[in-house]
Design a protein around this ligand. Structure first.
Ligand SMILES: NC(=O)c1ccc[n+]([C@@H]2O[C@H](COP(=O)([O-])OP(=O)(O)OC[C@H]3O[C@@H](n4cnc5c(N)ncnc54)[C@H](O)[C@@H]3O)[C@@H](O)[C@H]2O)c1
Length: 432
């Protein structure tokens, strides 16, 4: 099939490349010409395991192409996936759909034969109706359909998630579009993926409800870990004990810092705002947002206690700064709230991240990037394990850190407290 992805970010680039790998002719387009030029040279704009090889292979095979010309690419394609950003509005009230509507207005001018317009971007329920309204021109009504196909991939595991999805949700009541999309996804369905056809609005709401539920699970276990800390119980026992109940499941039941990333923070707020438009209160999700927004304060209080409220000139090293491992995504990473607080208290921060230095942190004079783990921890008074990269799971801290009085604060519980005690290392974790 001839496919065009509008927006070549985490979602557009990964899904476009994977569709090409299934034998479709795909054009990934982006308004960022720099990104497109780099992709044509094999330079991948994001860190995603396995993606580079797949992009290069399919670009060479001419199944995957890149372009900055929306007009030409849309004209050539039968299925158009909208994969642009839907960030939170500046006032924090709901999703900013400017990029979506801009794309819809551009597409409107280009329809001369039947096209399926699919929103892969996460959009509030009712957005498909609005896109349809924008594109509708009386005599062209039968020349397009607008379908919702929310994306569930996780950064860091995106290619696997595309290839083996739990489910594929197609929101449309147009039989022709449903048939074509089922055919597009046939190679994944034959490997066991469940294909579900719902109304467009239901598909839009499935995505938000799923993200809000996962965010709730994380905040829930984070709050239970607070209780464990105050009651001499090990959260790891609770996670295992609860997770073995198949009604609950063990995933997203590990405590840590506040949830972050490009989805949960904005999507939890957006579903609350959508519900308000439909005169519905989502009190559970509201408390989740509040709990998550306050989480960094709790962790900072613990840091204060660990350093005996003397943060001035203390050398604090962050191992990992992205919102989770196996991605370079800094959006809403919890360290972006913690670091400014520590700097205010005149601590000196350095960090190491396997995906390199971050522009989000380069504006701070007292924050420096170390090129490897060894130089990052060498002079540290406090080491904060912020993300759970494999590279951080077997560090010989005793031999690497010069200051033998150092402390470790492990926000991901990747080390054994017992082993650390045996090694005589001052080690603190979450909920233990
Ligand atoms: N990142 C994830 O893990 C993930 C997972 C599932 C769903 N989503 C959703 O998918 C959507 C995209 O997320 P993302 O992380 O890929 O965003 P992103 O910011 O990485 O990529 C969006 C891209 O769209 C481009 N763009 C914007 N307007 C354009 C236009 N008019 N023409 C061409 N290109 C344009 C931008 O330049 C950018 O490269 C969001 O709605 C997000 O919530 C993201």
């Amino acid at each position: 099939m001839k496919i065009c992805m509008i927006g070549t970010g985490y979602v557009g680039l990964v899904t476009g490349t994977c569709f090409a790998d299934l034998g479709n002719d795909v054009i990934c387009i982006d308004k960022d010409t720099n990104k497109i030029n780099n992709l044509k040279k094999g330079i991948i704009p994001i860190y995603e395991p396995g993606l580079e090889e797949l992009v290069i292979k399919n670009y060479k095979n001419k199944k995957l192409n890149f372009s900055s010309s929306l007009n030409e690419s849309v004209k050539k394609s039968d299925i158009i996936f909208i994969c642009v950003g839907t960030p939170a509005k500046k006032n924090g009230n709901g999703a900013d759909l400017t990029q979506i509507y801009n794309v819809a207005k551009q597409i409107k001018k280009l329809i001369s034969k039947f096209k399926i317009i699919v929103t892969k971007s996460t959009v509030p329920l009712g957005t498909g109706d609005l896109i349809e309204k924008i594109i509708s021109v009386k005599k062209r009504k039968k020349l397009f359909s607008v379908v919702s196909n929310p994306e569930f991939l996780r950064e860091g595991e995106a290619i696997r998630d595309f290839s083996f999805p739990d489910r594929i949700i197609i929101g449309t009541d147009d039989n022709k579009s449903n048939k074509i999309l089922k055919n597009l996804y046939a190679p994944l369905i034959s490997k066991g993926a469940k294909y579900i056809n719902t109304s467009r609005r239901a598909a839009e709401l499935i995505k938000y409800s799923s993200n809000a539920f996962l965010a709730t699970k994380i905040s829930f276990i984070n709050e239970i870990s607070n209780l464990c800390e105050n009651s001499d119980v090990n959260i790891e026992d609770i996670s295992i004990g609860m997770g073995l109940d198949t009604r609950i499941g063990s995933r997203f039941l590990r405590p840590g810092p506040a949830y972050g990333g490009s989805c949960f923070p904005k999507d939890t707020k957006a579903i609350i705002s959508t519900a308000e438009k439909f005169k519905t209160k989502l009190s559970i999700i509201k408390s989740v947002v509040k709990s998550n927004e306050n989480r960094h304060l709790l962790l900072l209080k613990r840091i204060n206690i660990l350093l005996k409220y003397k943060l001035k000139k203390k050398k604090i090293c962050f191992l990992g700064v992205t919102f989770k491992a196996n991605t370079d995504d800094m959006r809403d990473s919890s360290c972006l709230k913690m670091i400014p607080f520590l700097l205010k208290k005149e601590a000196i921060i350095n960090y190491y991240d396997p995906t390199g230095s971050k522009k989000e942190l380069s504006k701070y004079k007292k924050v420096s990037f170390s090129k490897d783990i060894k130089s990052a921890v060498f002079k540290a008074d406090l080491i904060i394990i912020h993300t759970e990269w494999n590279a951080f799971k077997a560090i010989n801290f005793k031999s690497l850190v010069k200051n033998k009085n150092f402390t470790i604060f492990d926000l991901r519980n990747i080390y054994s407290s017992l082993k650390m005690r045996q090694l005589n290392i001052k080690y603190y974790s979450i909920g233990q």
